[in-house]
Each structure stands twice: as structure tokens, then as C-alpha cells.
Design a protein around this ligand. Structure first.
Ligand code: ZN
Ligand code: ZN
Length: 169
């Protein structure tokens, strides 16, 4: 979805967006991603478009410890000033406001809402998703899922408290 700057009325434009995430370059980042729901408010600026709003979706990703799939809510709010690439950071006003908001570039006086949502979803994906806070993960030796069963490997490793004394024995 693309919005032309000229389409935005002086009072701004409110949009409710439901984006099916058929996006390039996201292969392997999740097992599945629900449609992204977003509320956007766009304002026409002299050199660009000020986009603010919120989005939410649910990503199904592998647990970083045990690889079981886990559904993670992904949501955030954003305020981003999109300026034409050639104008970026030249305008004093833009530089001043850059401290409080994100600044990004757009092309041909059009805001690519699909790209905006894609980037915000990617920024908010959990780095180390867990199926539960106390996930025990997989045994590094035999690969068994320690949430579901136990194995004998840890017993064989011996008492870790004795490890510093090992060289004395
Ligand atoms: Zn897990
Ligand atoms: Zn094991």
C-alpha cells in the first residue's frame, strides 16, 4: 500500500490498515505471521510525510532454547518522519526533531506503508523468544527436550562445584 503526499488533506489522514505480510526478504524469520493490524495518522509536511501510529500482529517463532513453536505478540507505536532522500538532514527543522522521532527516506513523494509496517515488525521481533520463562531447552549432549523428559547426561558430568578442584585430584 502506497500513499501519495498529495492525497493527504491539510488536517491529516487517518488509516486503518490490515496488511497481509507477503513480504520479500523475511524467509526464516518466523514460522508464520498473522496479518498486521495498524492504525496510522499521516500528516503532510513541507518536505515529507510524518507518520505516527500503532501496529500489532502475532509471530509464530521457534523457541530459542528448545525450538518448539511459540506464538509471540508483536506490537509497538511509532513516529517516523519520511523525507525525500535528497532533503534528509538538510533541513534544520528535521535535524532538531530527529532527536525525538525516527527519520527515514521516501521516494517520489510517496510513502510505502507496506515497507513501514514490514520494518517496524522486523524491529520488534523478539531476539530470543522463549516458549516459557523457565524453558529448560535441549540437552546439549543427546538433544532430548528437557521440558518433556530427562536424560542421564547431566549426571555423568559430575558435580560442577567440584570442577575447580579437578586438577588437584
Ligand atoms: Zn522452549
Ligand atoms: Zn542428554
Amino acid at each position: 500500500m502506497v500513499v501519495e503526499r498529495a492525497q493527504i488533506p491539510p488536517e491529516g489522514l487517518d488509516l486503518e490498515v490490515r496488511e497481509e505480510p507477503c513480504w520479500d526478504g523475511v524467509k526464516g524469520l518466523w514460522l508464520s505471521l498473522a496479518p498486521v493490524q495498524a492504525s496510522l495518522h499521516l500528516e503532510r509536511e513541507v518536505n515529507g510525510i510524518l507518520a505516527s501510529g500503532t501496529f500489532s500482529t502475532t509471530a509464530v517463532v521457534p523457541c530459542s532454547r528448545c525450538s518448539e513453536s511459540v506464538a509471540v505478540p508483536v506490537s509497538d507505536s511509532f513516529t517516523i518522519l519520511y523525507t525525500e532522500a535528497r532533503e534528509a538532514f538538510r533541513d534544520e527543522e528535521v535535524e532538531l526533531s530527529a532527536a525525538e522521532m525516527d527519520v527515514d527516506t521516501m521516494q517520489d513523494d510517496r510513502l510505502d506503508v507496506t515497507r513501514l509496517l514490514r520494518e517496524n515488525v522486523l524491529l520488534n521481533l523478539p531476539l530470543q523468544p522463549l516458549c516459557r520463562v523457565d524453558c529448560r531447552g535441549l540437552c546439549p549432549h543427546c538433544g532430548v527436550n528437557l521440558n518433556e523428559s530427562s536424560c542421564g547426561c547431566q549426571v555423568q558430568e559430575g558435580d560442577p562445584r567440584l570442577a575447580p578442584l579437578q586438577h588437584l585430584l
